[in-house]
Design a protein around this ligand. Structure first.
Ligand code: PLP
Length: 370
């Protein structure tokens, strides 16, 4: 079976270094904070070309803490793309604000200025720019709009470590950015982990306090925060893996280019377009087809596992039934109709050239047989 994701394969390629990093933390028995955490935070800030990085417990916490640190009036409206993982919108509600879903661009399936514009009211205070699948959202358009309307742009970078938009690495383009290092992400820990990056000193100061009980010094708490820290063990693992991230990303891009070549002539397949001026890091390689479930079953029967991201657009989830009375769903037409057509093919450094060719051949056989 060709795996969709193979974490053990990646571990085997860097096993000694990872084991050393783990044992070194265990030897120190310094599990919270310390120089190894600081090292990762500074390495990752450098990787994102940002001034600051704060490690936190996971990507969802990163989003929540980033929003909280903006000190928005309670009940502010925050615009979230309908095509994303629930954490993107969950963080809005959890911090006491109101989710307003917008649609996505039909070519890239991420947001741009025109996706968001119609949803802005006088209560809108922020936009969550999700760089979904590893493709940067159209940051220039969003930042222009944000400037005109006095909004914050929060980047959800959970799927896009190292992606580039018009020459800038994502993470430092908006006001604040949230990363996830969930094991299956492009940079993944050995458990839950996340980070917040930003160039704004005051904002990052609040982020650090919120994530650590509102603390400025030992037993000196300025307000009630929470406990969301990046474990030193995870930080040490991430420091090792960060060195390989660009190589792994290059391999993702190589596979994506092969898929693009092979599939662009198959009329039944709609590929997601890549904007000019971006480096797409292909956390997921998503195609759109009418007979999604049939192709998925066919690939599975031929030894290829696939995924669907995401099978139900966020506004259609049970969690948002309350919103359906307020929001006009016909304005979210692309997200709400594309979810039944999405299929994610395997992409990642675990795949051999032979496996990639086999995937291409199996997909094209399916369409030449039917
Ligand atoms: C994975 C993911 C998150 C949440 O990250 P966790 O570390 O799992 O909490 C948020 N947004 C998007 C787009 C994601 O893919």
């Amino acid at each position: 079976m060709i795996k969709f994701l193979d974490l053990n394969h990646q571990y085997q390629t860097i096993k000694n270094e990872i084991n050393e990093a783990i044992f070194s933390v265990v030897n120190d028995s310094s599990f919270i904070g310390g120089p190894k955490l600081k090292q990762f935070e500074s390495d990752f800030a450098e990787y994102c070309d940002t001034k600051f990085c704060v490690g936190v417990g996971n990507g969802t916490d990163a989003l929540e803490i980033a929003i909280e640190a903006l000190n928005l009036p309670p009940g502010s409206e925050i615009i979230v793309p309908s095509n994303s993982f629930i954490a993107s919108s969950e963080a809005v509600t959890r911090t006491g604000h109101k989710v307003v879903f917008c649609d996505v661009d039909s070519a890239t399936l991420v947001i741009n200025r025109s996706c968001v514009e119609g949803f802005i009211t006088e209560r809108t205070k922020a936009i969550i720019a999700v760089h979904l699948y590893g493709h940067p959202a159209d940051m220039q358009g969003l930042l222009d709009l944000a400037e005109e309307k006095s909004l914050f742009v929060i980047e959800d970078c959970a799927q896009a470590h190292g992606a580039i938009y018009k020459g800038k690495v994502i993470g430092g383009i908006g006001h604040v950015a949230a990363f996830s290092f969930y094991p299956g992400k492009n940079l993944g820990a050995f458990g839950d982990a996340g980070a917040i990056v930003s160039n704004h000193k005051e904002l990052i100061h609040r982020v650090r306090m919120i994530a650590n009980h509102g603390r400025v010094g030992k037993y000196d708490h300025k307000f009630e925060g929470r406990n969301s820290r990046l474990d030193t063990l995870q930080a040490s693992i991430l420091s090792v893996k960060l060195k390989y991230l660009n190589d792994w990303t290059d391999r993702r891009i190589q596979i994506a280019e092969k898929y693009r070549q092979e599939f662009s002539d198959i009329p039944n397949i709609t590929l997601c377009e890549k904007s000019v001026d971006v480096k797409h890091v292909y956390h997921l390689y998503v195609i759109r087809i009418e007979d999604r479930d049939n192709l998925k079953d066919y690939l599975n029967a031929n030894g290829i596992s696939t995924g669907v991201h995401y099978p139900v657009a966020l506004p259609k989830l049970g969690a948002y039934s309350y919103l359906r009375k307020e929001q006009d769903l016909s304005l979210l037409n692309i997200s709400l109709s594309v979810d039944s057509k999405l299929l994610s093919l395997p992409v990642g450094e675990h795949l051999s050239d032979a496996e990639v060719s086999y995937i291409c051949k199996t997909v094209s056989d399916y369409y030449s047989n039917c």
